[in-house]
Design a protein around this ligand. Sequence first.
Ligand code: SF4
Ligand code: SF4
Length: 245
Amino acid sequence: MTESEIFYISGEPLTVPDSALRLHKDIVAELRVLLECRTSNPLDIGFRSGFEKVLSIYDAYQKETLIANGKQISCRAGCSCCCAHWVEDVNSFEIQIIVDYIKKYMPRQVGEIIRTCKEDIAAMENLEKIVDEKLAALDTQAEIDSSLLLLSSFYQLERPCPLLTSQGQCSVYSVRPVTCRIYMNLSDPIRCSTSNINYGEVVTCVLDMQEEANELLDELHLKFRRGGGCSALRAGIWEELNGTA
Ligand code: SF4
Ligand code: SF4
C-alpha cells in the first residue's frame, strides 16, 4: 500500500493500493492523449470516447481503493440531498458535454433548467452579500473561511441541483461531472442531511484523482474554456444554454 492523496472532508485517510496506482497511470496516459488531440471541440467523437475511457478507469480506481480499505459507499440511487450543494470545479468541457446531452435528450426541460439555474445563481449572490455583511459585523479575531461558510449556507437553503429529477435521480447521470463522481459517503446517509453539514462527524469523502491527473484535467479545462469560463455547475450551464458562452 502507498500513501494516498485522497482528500477526506472528515474521517480517517484512505490509502491507495498498488493496483489502483497502476490504474491511475492509465488515467494519466489517457489524459495526455486528450491534451494532444488537435480538436477544439470537446463534443468530437474522438474526445468524447477518450474522456469516457478516463471515467471508466477512474471507476475502477475508486473500486480498487475502497475494497483495499474495507470501505463501502452508502450512496444509492434516489438518495440525493447532497445534490443541493453548490457544485463547483466543473471542467469547461464537461459543461459543454452536459449541455449537449440536455439539448439532445431533454429538450423539453431546457426552459425549466435555465429558470432554476438563474434563481439559484440569484440566491447564491444574495447569500454572498449576507455572509460578507455578517462577517464584516463580527467582532472576532478568529479566522473564518468565508467560502466554506458560503457553501454550507447555500447547502442549507436545500435548493436541489437543476438537473435532479423529482424522483431524486440525476437526469444527466452518464455525463455527470467528475466533481459529482468523486463525492461520496462511507457511513450513514443521514449524516449528509443539510442540518448536519456543520458537524465535524459528517463522514463524506472526496475520493479524488491524484495530483498529476488533476493538473492534466485543469489543462484540458483551460484548453476548452469559452465565454465567462464559469466552473460552477449552475452558472456554467446557464451560460451555455442561454447562448452567452
Ligand atoms: S453523498 Fe450522502 S446524500 Fe449523496 S448519495 Fe451519498 S449518501 Fe446519499
Ligand atoms: S449533476 Fe447530477 S449528481 Fe451532480 S449535483 Fe446535479 S443532479 Fe446531483
